[in-house]
Design a protein around this ligand. Structure first.
Ligand SMILES: Cc1ncc(COP(=O)(O)O)c(C=O)c1O
Length: 440
């Protein structure tokens, strides 16, 4: 493919040109840019001007620069629509998107029909009192202190608001590695610097978190269960160890992203109690449906007040239609039973695939949640090999920061038992073609 020719007579013009090229698809995610020196020569500007333009694009997450690897367009630059989902050829099975099983979500028609009982106008209290009460009960039962809460437009919206309430561009944030690609995009778009902390099946490694905090990270974002992409879940011991590390840094902002809530499987081990600055999100996206776009955010009083105050200057509140729908769903014992059942079904689907892979000598991770994470020697080869056999899975690259090894992510949410056997056989074949050819 012909390389896009960047042009511009000033730093601002270069920024605008590169942004337009990203928007038009002429510069694709991951595409390398020429070195500062070469670009300067190509456009006829000084290296200082070109470096200033790249620095502005870096601060907004449009480009990424890495030592010895130069500068490239980010994987999810915040220009136009981000990260197009992988194309799914006709007849292929899509296991790439991290979605819940629609069959396991509650039916919204009756709650939505019941909800807008009166027309709400400007000037109402932002928080539905019934929803607030239920949220407090649920969070407190899981060990999250919920004296101060507010409602936001999903877990990531809450995380963005909390980060903006506390941090500035250039601040360092400790994140799980591998971790959630959209969270990485968000942090980059906010001009924050990612500080990778390796995870195993029980969450962040305490010694690596300690190193990141000693290195000056001002915040840490942790997923207590159903970690995306690895499925890691904190157990009591790891939670105690991590709390001790965080205890050495009382001023660090701690964000706990319980994006799956009760659907994750496994108890919540929360790390936030007693901290100065913290927030914990509880999204309804996976248990009740992603399009509800609602999460409850608990936090220390100051953090919640800042988030609420800022939210009121912008969208004002999260629609009472949505808040009422979640209140009704959370009040319905049949919905709770459905969530319990869904949680058991997801666990069974996860274990079935993990077992099928283990029988074929393939190691994979998936302690909780909707995905499993399979280390592979070559991501493109594994994704391509599976695609030829009719499976669409996610390459690990967007989820990986430096230091984590190649892998693929497979969403198990809708994967039946027989399908799991076929997928495991196909994956084993893709990973060890010669051995499998020999054994038939
Ligand atoms: C770790 C993590 N956090 C947050 C989200 C998004 O949650 P929400 O839709 O509530 O913003 C996801 C979605 O998969 C996720 O994996």
């Amino acid at each position: 493919m012909k390389q896009y020719r960047i042009s511009g007579r000033s730093a601002a013009a270069l920024v605008a040109d590169i942004e337009s090229a990203v928007l038009a698809g002429e510069l694709a995610p991951g595409e390398r840019l020429p070195s500062v020196r070469r670009l300067a020569a190509e456009v006829g500007l000084s290296p200082v001007t070109v470096a200033a333009a790249l620095s502005e694009l870096r601060r907004r997450g449009v480009v990424l620069s890495e030592p010895r690897r130069g500068t490239r367009i980010g994987e999810g630059p915040p220009i136009g629509s981000l990260r197009a989902p992988l194309p799914v050829p006709e007849g292929a099975r899509d296991l790439s998107r991290g979605n819940p099983d629609p069959q396991l979500l509650p039916d919204l028609t009756s709650v939505l029909a019941r909800e807008p009982s009166r027309r709400r106008l400007y000037g109402e209290a932002p928080l539905d009192p019934g929803l607030a009460e239920l949220a407090r009960e649920r969070l407190c039962a899981d060990g999250v202190p919920a004296a101060a809460i507010c409602v936001v437009g999903g877990a990531l919206d809450g995380i963005e608001r909390v980060l903006q309430a506390h941090l500035r561009p250039g601040d360092r944030v400790a994140v799980e590695n591998p971790g959630y690609a959209a969270l990485f995009d968000l942090l980059r778009a906010l001009g924050l610097v990612l500080e990778p902390v390796a995870v195993d099946d029980r969450g962040m490694l305490p010694e690596q978190l300690a190193r990141a905090l000693q290195g000056g990270a001002r915040a840490a974002i942790l997923t207590p269960r159903g970690q995306n992409p690895t499925g890691a879940a904190l157990d009591a011991r790891r939670a105690t160890e991590l709390a001790a590390v965080l205890g050495e840094h009382p001023g660090v902002l701690v964000l706990e992203d319980d994006h799956l809530g009760p659907i994750a499987g496994g108890e919540l081990h929360s790390l936030v109690a007693g901290r100065e600055a913290w927030a914990a999100t509880r999204s309804v996206a996976k248990a009740l449906g992603p399009d509800l776009r609602l999460a409850v955010l608990a936090g220390d009083a100051r953090t919640v007040a800042r988030v609420q105050g800022r939210q009121q200057c912008g969208p004002g509140w999260v629609s009472h239609i949505l808040q009422g729908a979640v209140r009704e769903l959370w009040s319905d014992p049949a919905v709770d039973l459905g969530i319990e059942r869904a949680c058991a079904v997801y666990a069974e689907r996860r274990h079935t695939l993990l077992r099928a892979l283990r029988r074929r000598g393939v190691t994979a991770h998936g302690a909780s949640g909707l995905n499993i994470w399979v280390p592979v020697p070559d991501e493109a080869g594994a994704v391509g090999g599976l695609l030829q056999r009719g499976w669409v899975v996610a390459p690990g690259t967007p989820y990986r920061l430096s230091g984590s090894a190649p892998a693929i992510r497979v969403t198990i949410a809708t994967l039946g038992e027989q399908e799991a056997e076929v997928l495991a056989a196909d994956l084993a074949e893709v990973l060890a073609p010669t051995a499998w050819a020999r054994s038939g």
